[in-house]
Ligand binder design. Structure first.
Ligand code: TYM
Length: 342
C-alpha cells in the first residue's frame, strides 16, 4: 500500500485551518493508505517554546488526531522526537540541500521577519527536517494545506539530489496532496491573511476546542462584504472559484469554502444553496454546521487531554512502530553515504 506521512506542529491554538486543510483529510485517507501522522515537536522548537506548554500542546495535537477520527491501530500516531531517524536524516539533508534553495523559502522570510539575524538556525533549516520526516519512511503522499507546497517541492529536490549524488534510487518522488475546498482557510478578520496559530487576535480564528458560544460570536463578527452571496454562475468552467473572483470577494469565498469543507460538498453546491441570500442567514447556517462538527470533537479533545497517560501510550506505541519502519531505511542511507555502522 502507498504510504502517507504528514505532521502538525504542537505550537498551540489548533484551528479550523489545521482541521480542514489537513487533519480532516488525514482521517479520510486512512482507508486507502498506510498512514503515519506525526506531532512535530522538533519543528516546534525552531521558535522558543515553554517546555511545559510544549508537552501539553504535543498531547493536544495527538488528542486532535484521535478526536477527529484517526484510528491509532490502523495508523501510526507519534511525536517526532521519539524517533531518532528524523534528526539523523535531517543532518544528512543539511549537507544535501543548497543555501540558495533555502533562501527562496517564503515561510522563513515570513516567520523571521525583519529580524533575520536573530532567527534560529533551526528555523532556516526547517524544510530539511521536514524532508527527513517524510523520506525516513519513504512516504510518497503528503496531505497538507496549501501553505506547505513550497516545502514539499524542496523535499522533492532534496530526494532527487541525494539519489543523483550517490547514483541510487533510494528515495521515491513524493507528491503533495492538497485537497478539498478549504486548503487555504483565511483569517475571519482579514480575508487576505491566512488563518494562523500565531495571530494575536483570537477572533481571527476558530479553535478546535472553542465552545459553541465562541464559534457563534466569531462567525457573527467575521468580516464580510455588503453584497449578497454569489451563485454558481461565478465559478469558472472547471467548477472552481477563480483567483480573480477570490481576490474581488476574499471573505465571501473564504466562508463559502469553510462551509463546503465542513459539509463535505463541492463549493458549487453551497453557492447554489445560498445564491442571493444575505450574509446574516448564511452565517447562521455556517454557525450551526461548525458547532455540530467541532463541538463533539472539541469535547473529546478535552476528555483525552485530561487523561495524558492514555495519549502518551498511543504516542509510545506509534513511535515504536515508526522506528521499525525508519531503521532499515536509515541503514540503507548510512551504507549509501559511507557511514560505518554497528
Ligand atoms: P502546521 O503545524 O503549520 O500546520 C499543520 C497543517 O495545517 C495546515 N494549515 C492550513 N490549511 C489550510 N488553511 C490554513 N489557514 C492552514 N494553516 C495551517 C498546514 O498546511 C499543515 O498541513 N511544516 C508543517 C508540519 C510538518 C509536516 C512535515 C507536514 C513537519 N513535517 C512533513 C507534512 C510533512 C507545519 O508547520 O504545519
Amino acid at each position: 500500500m502507498k504510504r502517507i506521512f504528514s505532521g502538525v506542529q504542537p505550537t498551540g491554538n489548533l484551528h479550523l485551518g489545521n482541521y480542514l486543510g489537513a487533519i480532516k483529510n488525514f482521517v479520510a485517507l486512512q482507508d486507502d493508505y498506510d498512514c503515519i501522522y506525526c506531532v512535530v515537536d522538533m519543528h516546534a522548537i525552531t521558535m522558543w517554546q515553554d517546555p511545559a506548554a510544549l508537552r501539553a500542546n504535543t498531547r493536544e495535537v495527538a488528542a486532535a488526531y484521535l478526536a477527529a477520527g484517526i484510528d491509532p491501530k490502523r495508523c501510526i500516531i507519534f511525536n517526532q522526537s521519539q524517533v531518532g531517524a528524523h534528526a539523523q536524516l535531517a543532518w544528512i539533508f543539511n549537507c544535501v540541500a543548497r543555501l540558495g534553495w533555502l533562501n527562496r523559502m517564503t515561510q522563513f522570510k515570513d516567520k523571521a521577519g525583519k529580524n533575520r539575524e536573530k532567527a534560529s538556525v533551526g528555523l532556516y533549516a526547517y524544510p530539511n527536517l521536514m524532508a527527513a520526516d517524510i523520506l525516513a519512511y519513504k512516504a510518497t503522499h503528503v496531505p497538507v494545506g496549501e501553505d506547505q507546497k513550497q516545502h514539499l517541492e524542496l523535499a522533492r529536490d532534496i530526494a532527487q539530489k541525494f539519489n543523483n549524488d550517490f547514483g541510487v534510487e533510494l528515495f521515491p518522488i513524493l507528491e503533495p496532496l492538497i485537497l478539498g475546498p478549504a486548503a487555504r482557510v483565511m483569517s475571519l478578520r482579514d480575508g487576505s491573511k491566512k488563518m494562523s496559530k500565531s495571530e494575536p487576535s483570537d477572533m481571527s480564528r476558530i479553535n478546535m476546542t472553542d465552545e459553541a458560544d465562541d464559534i457563534a460570536k466569531k462567525i457573527r463578527k467575521a468580516t464580510s462584504d455588503p453584497d449578497l452571496l454569489p451563485g454558481p454562475e461565478a465559478l469558472d468552467e472547471g467548477g472552481a472559484v477563480s483567483e480573480e473572483a477570490r481576490r474581488a470577494r476574499p471573505e465571501a469565498y473564504n466562508l463559502l469554502g469553510i462551509y463546503a469543507a465542513l459539509a463535505d460538498k463541492p463549493v458549487g453546491d453551497v453557492m447554489t444553496e445560498f445564491a442571493g441570500t444575505q450574509f446574516s442567514r448564511f452565517k447562521a447556517a455556517l454557525t450551526d454546521l461548525a458547532v455540530a462538527t467541532l463541538g463533539p470533537m472539541g469535547r473529546e479533545m478535552k476528555r483525552l487531554t485530561e487523561d495524558p497517560a492514555s495519549v502518551d501510550a498511543v504516542l509510545r506505541d506509534g513511535a515504536e512502530r515508526a522506528r521499525a519502519i525508519a531503521e532499515p531505511v536509515m541503514r540503507e542511507v548510512y551504507d549509501t553515504v559511507g557511514f560505518l555502522r554497528p
